[in-house]
Write a protein that binds this ligand. Structure first.
Ligand code: NDP
Ligand code: GDR
Length: 363
């Protein structure tokens, strides 16, 4: 990889050397959108993926070019894990990135109550391992590397809205507490070592690529299947929780903008509008001419030991300093997700009718 990387800075590119980015969590929702953005901007993108017994690259397959078949492959994948410090340092030395985006996480809040140690190890200590790898790499190489930390509105937890960069944190889950630790590790590396390290404090952002066990996608996947007759019921937990939901494609642009500033800083990224889960149901089911009350049942298993009731961001700083603003609003986001999942459900229905697939349970 090192030699391929050096090759991308050949004499033809001397005047405008290609920037190199390292992305952890590249196989996740945000990793896929960020990689598309960086490739569009002419970056070479290196993604760290973890070993899985199943392929976990579905979200980036459409932009993958096999390095054996083409010298145009500008996205490269390497095995590593946020729980393995040696792999992080090794890939930094080999790839020599200009920018590091730390998006990897056990990112499901409810699951973090089930696997708290693992969540803390990956989300909190994983960020520390990566920061330390970046720091020691910059000391040994004399290079400058910019670092982005994927912070979360979950860190505000019980503190009432609107939430901005100056709002106190009150985390309500092992996931959120781990993100608070990662936030402060990032601030500390900036203050102690002068590292160019930014925290993006991103409110919920969704897309047709959202994991199927987060509430928005769980709803739109089920809705598509209900519409084509593959499913009748949808089991959910707390419908009164309110979230500031934006579009992931807009939010990765804010991540990139943070690393293009003169000075490293922390930014809230949000739409500044909040809607309950029930409102999401109203808009999505209404869009397909259905009444959610005919299909949704409450199941206690989806309630959390501690809930975050109301998140609504104040993104004034990102607007002023980064010149960022969201392009996709709530209704457009809901419709985008419903449209996409209705198409998936129609394809599933064809397979079920032809006997090639069982009608599966909801995720
Ligand atoms: P996803 O859950 O879709 O993706 C998480 C990524 O992290 C996946 O690529 C996953 O790999 C990878 N990963 C998990 N564990 C490890 C590990 N031990 N070592 C290396 N990689 C690992 O999350 P999103 O894309 O939605 O979110 C990106 C980041 O932003 C996360 O840190 C999340 O906590 C944070 N965030 C997300 C928000 C949102 O609304 N989406 C809001 C605020 C913050 P695999 O594919 O193999 O599972
Ligand atoms: P969240 O997202 O916890 O905000 O974390 P999620 O979609 O899981 O929950 C949002 C709200 O919906 C309620 N809810 C349900 N949630 C799920 N997953 N499944 C259900 O059946 C269900 N029923 C009701 C939840 O109680 C909650 O109030 C997301 C993740 O992407 C984090 O990584 C990120 O940091 C935050 O957003 C910002």
């Amino acid at each position: 990889m090192a030699s391929e990387n050096n090759g991308s800075r050949s004499s033809a590119d001397v005047e405008t050397p290609r920037k190199v980015a390292l992305v952890t969590g590249i196989t996740g929702q945000d990793g896929s959108y960020l990689t598309e953005l960086l490739l569009e901007k002419g970056y070479e993108v290196h993604g760290l993926i973890r070993r899985s017994s199943n392929f976990n690259t579905q979200r980036i397959n459409h932009i993958y070019i096999d390095p054996h078949n083409s010298d145009k492959a500008l996205m490269k994948l390497h095995y590593a894990d946020l729980s393995d410090a040696s792999s992080l340092r090794r890939w930094l030395d080999v790839i020599r990135p200009d920018e590091v985006y730390n998006l990897a996480a056990q990112s499901h809040v409810a699951v973090s109550f089930e696997i708290p140690d693992y969540t803390a190890d990956v989300v909190a200590t994983g960020a520390l391992r990566l920061l330390e790898a970046v720091r020691s790499h910059t000391v040994d190489s004399g290079r400058t590397v910019k670092y982005y930390q994927a912070g979360s509105s979950e860190m505000f937890g019980a503190t009432p809205p609107p939430q901005s960069e100056t709002t106190p944190f009150h985390p309500r889950s092992p996931y959120a507490a781990s993100k608070v630790a990662a936030h402060w590790y990032t601030v500390n590396y900036r203050e102690a070592y002068g590292l160019f390290a930014c925290n993006g404090i991103l409110f919920n952002h969704e897309s047709p690529r959202r994991g199927e066990n987060f509430v928005t996608r769980k709803i739109t996947r089920a809705l598509g299947r209900i519409k084509v007759g593959l499913q009748r019921k949808l089991f959910l937990g707390n419908l009164q929780a309110s979230r500031d939901w934006g579009f992931a494609g807009d939010y990765v642009e804010a991540m990139w903008l943070m690393l293009q500033q003169e000075k490293a800083d922390d930014y809230v990224v949000a739409t500044e509008e909040s809607h309950t889960v029930e409102e999401f149901l109203e808009v999505s089911f209404g869009y397909l001419g259905l009444n959610w009350k005919d299909h949704v049942e409450i199941d206690q298993r989806y309630f959390r030991p501690a809930e975050v009731d109301n998140l609504k961001g104040d993104a004034s700083k990102a607007k002023e300093v980064l010149g960022w603003k969201p392009k996709v609003g709530f209704e457009k986001l809901v419709k985008m997700m419903v449209d996409e999942d209705l198409e998936i459900a129609k394809r599933e229905k064809l397979l079920v009718d032809a006997g090639h697939m069982d009608a599966q349970q909801q995720p």
